[in-house]
Design a protein around this ligand. Structure first.
Ligand SMILES: Nc1ncnc2c1ncn2[C@@H]1O[C@H](COP(=O)(O)OP(=O)(O)OP(=O)(O)O)[C@@H](O)[C@H]1O
Ligand SMILES: [Mg+2]
Length: 325
C-alpha cells in the first residue's frame, strides 16, 4: 500500500508575551492510499491545528516544527520550509461550515471555475466537463443546474457536496475533512459520510476525518488516531481500538458514545478538564482525570505497542489493566 502522507514530530505553539500555548505536541501520523483515518478527541485537543499545520495554513504567529512526507517527498512543516507547495499539490481541506467556503455573490460555476483554473491542473477549454464530472461524483443530481445556482439556493447537504466537489477539482490524493458534517442534520450527515467512504473506496482518495464524535464515524474508518491535550495517545485499526481500547482516556471516550460496541447504552461523562496547554505538563496529561492513576504517572508515559499496530501512550500495562477491571 502506498503511503501518501506521513507527518512526523509535529509541534504547534502560539507564543505571546504572557504565555505560550502548546497546542500540538509531537504528533506523528500517516495515511495510505484509499484509507480513511479518524482523528478523534475532545474540543481543544489539537485536531484542527494538526490539520492546518499539515496543510501549511497556520498564520506566521504560530510556531510550527516537524516534517511531513507527501508521496515520499519530505518537507519541513515550519513556515520557513515552503510547506504550502507539496500540500497544495496533493491535498485539499474542507471545514465544518461549508457556507464559509463559498461566496454568496457568485454562482457555483463561477466559483468552481476559479478554483479549477487557479489549481493549474485544468485548462479553460476543459473546465466545464471537469466541473460537471466532479459534481456528478459527489452525487448531485442535475449538475448543469447546480452550476447555475447561488449558494443560498442550495440546501446545507448540497452545499457540502459542492464544497467536496470544489476540493476534488484540484485532483487531490488526500482530503482532510475537519468536522465536515457537524453543521448538518443526522440524515444528511450520514449521506455525506457515505459519500466520503465511496470516494475513498472507488477512487482511492485518502481521507483524514476529524471529529469529536467517534460514534458517527467509527463504522467507516479503517484506522483511528486519538488525541488528548495536543498528543496522540492511542492509535490503531478502528476495529481493534473499538474492541479493546487500551488508554484509559480512549476507554472513557468509548463510553461517551451510545451503542458503539453494541452493548448497553450507558452514557458516561468524562469528569474534569483538559489541562491548561499554556502551562508545562508534568508526566501524563490525562492523569488528573484518570481512574487508573499510579504514582509513576508524574513521569512521561512510554508508548506501548499491542498486536496489529495498536499503540498507546500510558504507564499502565495490559496486565495491570486486567487487575484494575
Ligand atoms: N491563535 C491561537 N492562539 C492561541 N491558542 C490557540 C490559537 N488557535 C488555537 N489555539 C489553541 O490550540 C488548542 C487546540 O485547538 P484546536 O482548534 O486544534 O482544537 P480542536 O481539537 O480542533 O477542537 P474542536 O473540537 O473544538 O474543533 C486549543 O487549546 C486552542 O485554544
Ligand atoms: Mg477543530
Amino acid at each position: 500500500m502506498t503511503t501518501l502522507l506521513s507527518v512526523t514530530g509535529l509541534n504547534v505553539s502560539f507564543p505571546s508575551i504572557r504565555k505560550t500555548v502548546r497546542a500540538v505536541r509531537g504528533v506523528s501520523l500517516s495515511l495510505d492510499e484509499g484509507e480513511i483515518v479518524a482523528l478523534v478527541g475532545e474540543s481543544g485537543s489539537g485536531k484542527t491545528m494538526t490539520a492546518m499545520a499539515t496543510m501549511g495554513l497556520l498564520p506566521d504567529s504560530a510556531e510550527v516544527t516537524g516534517e511531513c512526507q507527501w508521496l515520499g517527498r519530505s518537507q519541513s512543516l515550519s513556515p520557513r520550509g515552503n510547506r504550502k507547495s507539496l500540500a497544495g499539490q496533493h491535498a485539499a481541506i474542507i471545514f465544518q461550515n461549508p457556507l464559509t467556503a463559498l461566496n454568496p455573490f457568485f454562482t457555483i460555476e463561477q466559483q468552481l471555475t476559479d478554483v479549477a483554473l487557479a489549481s493549474g491542473k485544468v485548462s479553460r477549454k476543459t473546465v466545464l466537463p471537469v466541473l460537471l464530472d466532479k459534481l456528478s461524483r459527489v452525487q448531485l443530481p442535475d449538475p448543469a443546474q447546480v452550476l447555475k445556482k447561488y449558494p443560498h439556493q442550495l440546501s446545507g447537504g448540497q452545499i457540502q457536496r459542492v464544497v467536496i466537489a470544489m476540493a476534488l477539482v484540484c485532483q487531490p490524493r488526500v482530503l482532510i475533512a475537519d468536522e465536515p458534517t457537524t453543521a448538518l442534520d443526522v440524515i444528511v450527515q450520514a449521506e455525506i459520510l457515505q459519500l466520503l467512504q465511496s470516494l475513498a473506496r472507488e477512487e482511492g482518495l485518502s481521507v483524514l476525518l476529524i471529529t469529536h464524535d467517534l460514534g458517527v464515524v467509527a463504522s467507516l474508518c479503517d484506522r483511528v488516531e486519538v488525541m488528548y491535550a495536543g498528543e496522540i495517545i492511542e492509535s490503531g485499526q478502528m476495529s481493534d481500538v473499538l474492541r479493546s481500547p487500551a488508554h484509559p482516556y480512549t476507554r472513557k471516550l468509548m463510553a461517551t458514545v451510545p451503542d458503539i460496541r453494541g452493548g448497553a447504552t450507558v452514557l458516561e461523562y468524562i469528569s474534569g478538564q483538559v489541562p491548561d496547554l499554556s502551562r508545562p505538563i508534568r508526566g501524563c496529561a490525562f492523569k488528573e482525570r484518570c481512574d487508573r492513576r499510579l504514582p509513576v504517572c508524574d513521569e512521561s508515559p512510554p508508548v506501548r505497542a499491542l498486536n496489529d499496530g495498536q499503540r498507546y501512550r500510558c504507564h499502565l500495562t495490559s496486565e495491570q489493566e486486567v487487575e484494575f477491571s
